[in-house]
Write a protein that binds this ligand. Structure first.
Ligand code: PLP
Length: 429
């Protein structure tokens, strides 16, 4: 009997129980019969695809360009790798499983995913509502670039309740149409949380007539394992796939997921801007996804040891770590509802400001001094002068980014070695 490699069969699982995403990361969406029986998806390093007939070519374009609906039995044919490629298609199918999304598009970087998605939803004259802080590159895109196209960024503080800022937000929106609300939760670098469900309700209140702003959530810090924004009312979820999804600090990529409807304009703009990832990056990500859960789980366990150690250290003023949120803290309830675990990112503030922070960073031996996060190796950086350097000092302070703050992405090393390294580096501060 021939095995059924269809996505429907894989999702069904056995004995009435669907398989979990981690069980499907090795096989979902790939039919070995289409590739000489190769167990792994080959790298389809090709720019274009040969049509069997001119009629096929016509039919593929009609579907790809939305000139007619795809037939129930009709598969969308491969045309050209800017539209799609088998490595990206298999990857996109696998990514949908974690977030329970209908559709996914993979991009050349997290920034390409963000830029393409936002441009698909905002128009000149619009306001773009955003949580603060955001990753420095995203902050630049919104406040220095999109403003030049008459798109007004209107911020609110991550960690605050919607009630506390809605009135001032409305004042600053000043009657403009709100094209999208961009939320980064937890925020980079402070780990402040935004309540996605209440932002979805706010989006409904900020809508006018038929228009409701799209709620776009950057899930890079916790996703896809420990937070699934679509379940809480987000329309689109974004990843810098450079981080946990890639997981080995050896590629740059991004992803956007949502319903077919929400993804349609994003996919269309990706085609015309050419911001997709290449097949080699897609292949590397497929390999990474097989170990995603193991890596993220090991990193999360290590991070708790490091965070607890930092909390008790006399040279550390404050630790921003989701696992330390206590009952009664305003963000604890959001954490409990929205997150399945604290992840592996820690921000902490050393006594003595930038000079002490630099002494700490320069003294590290096992932990590498580098930006980025989510890889197998632990990385430390200084947000105020590195990832968020572009944000003026007063705004940094308002957003909670202090001169003594270090951002630590905890990897898969032995936790005792990490503690020893952090301890000796703190002695140098
Ligand atoms: C939260 C977050 N979003 C987006 C990005 C941008 O991703 P990329 O570097 O893959 O373009 C980053 C990069 O650090 C990030 O931390």
């Amino acid at each position: 009997m021939k095995r059924d490699h269809s996505k429907a069969a894989a999702r069904k699982g056995v004995a009435g129980r669907p398989f979990r995403p981690e069980s499907l990361m090795m096989s979902y969406g790939y039919d070995p019969g289409l590739s000489e029986g190769a167990i792994k998806t080959p790298i389809f390093q090709t720019s274009t695809f040969v049509f069997e007939s001119a009629e096929d070519g016509k039919a593929f374009f009609e579907v790809a360009y939305g000139l007619r609906e795809q037939g129930a039995e009709e598969s969308s044919g491969l045309i050209y790798s800017r539209l799609n490629n088998p490595d990206l298609e298999v990857l996109e199918d696998r990514l949908t499983l974690w977030d329970e999304a209908e559709a996914c598009a993979v991009f050349a970087s997290g920034m390409a995913a963000l830029a393409t998605t936002l441009l698909a939803y905002v128009r000149p004259g619009d306001a773009l509502v955003l949580s603060e802080p955001l990753y420095g590159g995203t902050d630049h895109l919104l406040k220095r670039f999109l403003v030049e196209f008459d798109i007004t960024p209107v911020g609110f503080p991550a960690g605050a309740s919607v009630d506390s800022f809605e009135a001032s937000l409305r004042d600053r929106i000043a009657g403009r149409r709100v094209g999208a609300i961009l939320v980064e939760t937890p925020a980079n670098p402070t780990n402040a949380l935004v309540d996605i469900a209440s932002i979805a309700k706010l989006a409904a209140r900020l809508g006018t007539g038929d228009h409701r702003p799209a709620v776009v959530v950057d899930n890079t810090f916790l996703g896809p394992l420990w937070q699934q924004p679509l379940r809480h009312g987000a329309d689109l979820v974004i990843y810098s796939a450079t981080k946990f999804l890639g997981g080995h600090s050896d590629l740059i990529a991004g992803a956007c997921l949502g319903s077919h409807k929400a993804m349609a304009p994003v996919r269309a703009l990706r085609t015309f801007m050419g911001t997709m990832a290449g097949p080699w990056t897609g292949w590397l990500l497929l390999r990474s996804l097989e170990t995603l859960k193991m890596r993220m789980t090991a990193q999360m366990k290590n991070a708790r040891y490091v965070a607890d150690f930092l909390r008790d250290h006399p040279k550390v003023d404050r630790v921003h770590y989701l696992g330390h949120l206590e009952q009664g803290h305003p963000m604890h309830e959001v954490y409990r509802r929205q997150c399945a675990g604290p992840g592996s990112l820690i921000a902490f503030e050393v006594r003595g400001g930038e000079p002490a922070a630099f002494r700490f960073l320069n003294a590290l031996t096992l932990v590498q001094l580098a930006v980025s996060l989510g890889g197998t190796e632990s990385l430390a950086e200084h947000p105020a002068s590195m990832t968020h350097a572009d944000i003026p000092p007063d705004d940094q302070r308002r957003m909670g980014i202090s001169p003594g703050m270090i951002r630590l992405s905890v990897g898969v090393e032995h936790y005792e070695d990490l503690l020893a390294d952090v301890q000796q580096a703190l002695e140098q501060t």
